[in-house]
Ligand binder design. Structure first.
Ligand code: SF4
Ligand code: SF4
Length: 101
């Protein structure tokens, strides 16, 4: 089991979540962040940090976002091989698709 970043992160990327993660298991591409399921210890520290409620434990995942479980896993494999690791807060993206107004 792991925690998963889902659709609401898309185009927002507030990055508050990665700062509190004790095992530094967040990775990013241009549009959003992802959690590496191999490293996440399910501590839940990141969940209340997200201003758009994008992070869920696998057991509480809304059904419409179930595909994000595999997406987080696959993206982390790719991003780990590059420079996608993120451990510090950066400027939010807040693009047109961001849910927080
Ligand atoms: S805090 Fe939420 S919106 Fe921001 S990067 Fe993390 S998951 Fe995405
Ligand atoms: S649940 Fe804990 S270990 Fe997993 S990504 Fe969030 S802060 Fe990191």
């Amino acid at each position: 089991m792991a925690h998963i970043v889902t659709a609401n992160c898309n185009d927002c990327k507030y990055t508050d979540c990665c700062v509190v993660c004790p095992v530094e298991c967040f990775y990013q591409d241009e549009m959003m962040l992802y959690i590496d399921p191999d490293d996440c210890i399910d501590c839940e520290a990141c969940v209340p940090e997200c201003p758009v409620e994008a992070i869920f434990g696998e057991a509480n995942m809304p059904a419409q976002w179930s595909s994000y479980t595999e997406l987080n896993k696959q993206k982390c494999i790719t991003l780990k091989a590059g420079d996608g690791h993120i451990t510090e807060k950066s400027d939010p993206r807040e693009g047109p698709g961001c849910k927080k107004k």
